[in-house]
Write a protein that binds this ligand. Structure first.
Ligand SMILES: [Zn+2]
Length: 161
């Protein structure tokens, strides 16, 4: 049994499962089911002990599987609220470097309009960016740019008479 990728179809739609039953069904630890409950699996309201509808288990596991495809493919950034890898809006992304090797690729989720981020290794950016239009920026502005002396020294020769 693949405990890492529980098969959503094992859950019967018209049944309800306790945490223990769900754990047995998917061959996972009870704590795994409890962590699903914390991560968005909805139990039936007001039931003690906790009961989960089979249909809800299916929904959760299918979505979770879609989300488990991290790291996302080239040109995609994972959107947490949507639980899916997304091609950023307008295929535009900004790559913010935090040093020589690490940075984040960020864009806007086309479906929920939230900022989406992907931590990237800058040396691998060419294989990560896919066909995105990427703008590269530094996390901190460079001080050198603002300290250029503004001296005009080439205007003293010539025919000023
Ligand atoms: Zn989204």
């Amino acid at each position: 049994m693949g405990a890492r990728h529980p098969n959503p179809r094992l859950a019967k739609i018209h049944r309800s499962y306790s945490v223990e039953e769900a754990a047995r069904l998917f061959s996972v630890h009870k704590n795994t089911v409890r962590s699903w409950l914390k991560q968005g699996l909805e139990p039936i309201d007001g039931q003690r002990p906790t009961l989960i509808r089979g249909q809800e288990l299916r929904r959760y596991l299918v979505e979770r599987r879609a989300g488990a495809k991290r790291p996302s493919g080239p040109g995609r950034i994972f959107c947490l609220p949507c639980r899916a890898p997304k091609v950023p809006a307008l295929k535009m992304a900004e790559c913010v470097a935090f040093g020589d090797t690490t940075g984040t690729l960020q864009g806007i989720c086309p479906d929920c309009d939230r900022m989406i981020y992907r931590r990237v290794n800058l040396h691998k950016i060419d294989s990560i960016r896919g066909d995105l239009d990427v703008t590269f920026t530094q996390a901190e502005p460079r001080i050198e740019d603002t300290t250029m002396p503004n001296v005009n020294c080439d205007s003293t020769e010539g025919d000023y008479r």
